[in-house]
Design a protein around this ligand. Structure first.
Ligand code: ZN
Ligand code: ZN
Length: 158
């Protein structure tokens, strides 16, 4: 965690490398409505911009555990994304919902919490176990990925 909490006194106009692998059950993720199936790998650099804001550019890799919306089998959702974060204490910039607010006085930047929010935005509420999952038969509940069920072979349409 410590490496994702950047003390800005140590940044002093330069850049700070932020890199950590967080456990799926790290407390920072406790507010999420979903669970990770793999550790969350975060790797990036935080820089102070010329206009006094802070810009983080990095990469996140993890996998989210879920259930296929069509067939209810486990559906793993891989998150493998480049992420850019802008942190600012400037009220004019904070009208933009993609900008993370910094409370004054600005002492530290919590990269982990912001990355958590970005992951939450990228996680689908409708995961599928595979592209084009055929789902369950509405009539008998059979997994249609395993092949036609008795309903379809007897001529009943779904
Ligand atoms: Zn499925
Ligand atoms: Zn059926």
């Amino acid at each position: 965690m410590a490496m994702l909490q950047v003390d800005l006194r140590q940044l002093s106009g330069g850049a700070a490398t932020t890199s950590a692998t967080l456990a799926p059950d790290d407390p920072v993720f406790s507010v999420l409505a979903f669970e990770f199936a793999e550790p969350v790998e975060i790797d990036g650099v935080l820089r102070e911009t010329a206009d006094g804001n802070y810009f983080w550019r990095g990469h996140v890799y993890t996998a989210v555990a879920g259930e296929c919306r069509r067939c209810l089998e486990p559906a793993l959702q891989v998150i493998d994304e480049d992420i850019e974060l802008l942190f600012s204490a400037n009220p004019e910039l904070l009208d933009d919902p993609s900008v993370y607010a910094l409370p004054e006085p600005v002492m530290t930047i919590d990269v982990a919490s912001a990355v958590r929010e970005e992951i939450a935005l990228k996680v689908s509420a409708f995961p599928l176990c595979r592209p084009g999952c055929k789902g369950l038969c509405a009539n008998c509940g059979a997994d249609m990925n395993a092949g036609p069920c008795a309903c379809t072979t007897s001529g009943t349409t779904n």
